[in-house]
Design a protein. Structure first.
Length: 368
């Protein structure tokens, strides 16, 4: 454990678990990805190690910044992230409300770190504080939009706030006798993953992507062991909602709850069937009511990736856009090289898939 003296903060890294857990218990606004259990899952399923930071302010207030360090490069060439890509949001955790001076002091500390690149993605409630401090420090700002439903009313009032299209879709699902099960544990995760693999295969066929390529990428993007670890660690805070038609699973969603925060984490379906009977609308209806009964403050439906149809879909439930961002601090301007290189790689991959698709279509047309 390393200790260092700072002008306005004292920092301990990794953060002591007892201090971290006390802050989680004290603040109902802690998001699931800010907990020690979540970071343990990050480190168990990727090239990451615990780089969390426990700060103590001049007046004795403790703060924790959940963070993971990439382990495949030397320390002065590696990255530190709060949190890594696909692992949710990070940002500061404290017993009360995070203050602007807290964030400014932490940003100053991160700018003096040994990592080549440090990225922080705080939840939307903290985003304004980080924006001001990060811009002052010259950090890169990569905006993201989540759609969030405020649960400041009872469910009947929330239902009245759903669009007429959403209410019709939910009634259609009920008329079609779609049932929703609230499930937990390994068996539920495995059933979710079978649906996910079926969705990958269906998507690959639609886009003429070779199945082995699509399956390999899907397991990299969403590894089954990660979901199993989170399910085991979070227990009943990790819920798998399964929609069934005639006893067969046709859609599923994972939600995670921490304190007063509920998040839609992963969604999948047999789209051909689920879309026809509007199963996913009914899944969201049950998950929202569940979060309301649990006393949650909001239901975060996550990032839509800029897809207009998906944003409109979330808005039907009364969710509104909230802006957050990745704030990237670099010791050297590596993004000037890595971002164009990554874009070039994506274009090359898409070109290869396009050529493969045309060749298969040509063979199919010729009967070969």
């Amino acid at each position: 454990m390393a200790l260092a003296s700072m002008t306005t903060l004292r920092v301990t890294t990794p953060a002591t678990r007892s201090a971290w857990e006390k802050l989680v218990s004290a603040n109902a606004s802690t998001v699931p990805s800010q907990t020690p259990m979540w970071l343990d899952a990050v480190c168990a399923h990727g090239p990451w190690e615990d780089a969390s930071r426990l700060y103590e302010t001049d007046d004795g207030r403790p703060l924790v910044l959940p963070m993971a360090r990439h382990t495949r490069l030397p320390r002065n060439l590696t990255s530190e992230d709060s949190m890594p890509s696909t692992w949710g949001t990070g940002g500061l955790l404290c017993a009360d409300r995070v203050r602007a001076q807290d964030v400014a002091a932490v940003v100053a500390d991160l700018c003096t770190g040994r990592a080549l690149r440090t990225t922080v993605r705080p939840d939307f409630e903290q985003a304004p504080l980080w924006t001001a401090a990060a811009r002052a420090a010259g950090a890169q700002e990569l905006p993201i939009t989540h759609h969030v439903l405020d649960l400041d009313r009872n469910f009947d009032q929330l239902w009245a706030g759903f669009s007429s299209a959403a209410r019709r879709a939910i009634r259609k699902a009920e008329k079609e006798h779609v049932t929703i099960e609230e499930c937990y544990g390994r068996a539920a995760v495995l059933e979710f993953y079978r649906l996910y693999e079926g969705w990958i295969d269906q998507r690959a066929r639609t886009r003429s992507i070779p199945l082995p390529v699509a399956r390999r990428m899907s397991r990299i993007n969403e590894p089954l062991p990660r979901l199993l670890t989170l399910s085991q660690a979070l227990g009943k805070a990790f819920t798998v909602w399964i929609a069934r038609l005639d006893g067969v699973a046709i859609a599923a969603m994972i939600t995670v709850v921490q304190g007063a925060i509920a998040q839609s984490w992963r969604v999948t379906s047999n789209r051909e069937v689920a879309d026809r009977v509007r199963a996913m609308d009914l899944v969201h209806r049950h998950a929202i009511e569940f979060a309301t009964l649990r006393g949650c403050r909001y239901y975060n439906m996550g990032d839509s990736g800029g897809v207009e149809s998906l944003m409109r879909y979330k808005a039907r439930f009364g969710a509104t856009p909230r802006t957050l961002a990745n704030y990237r601090f670099e010791r050297l301007p590596v993004s000037a090289v890595t971002v164009p290189a990554l874009a070039l790689r994506h274009r090359a991959e898409n070109a290869v898939l396009e050529v493969a698709s045309r060749l298969r279509a040509r063979r199919a047309a010729s009967g070969v």
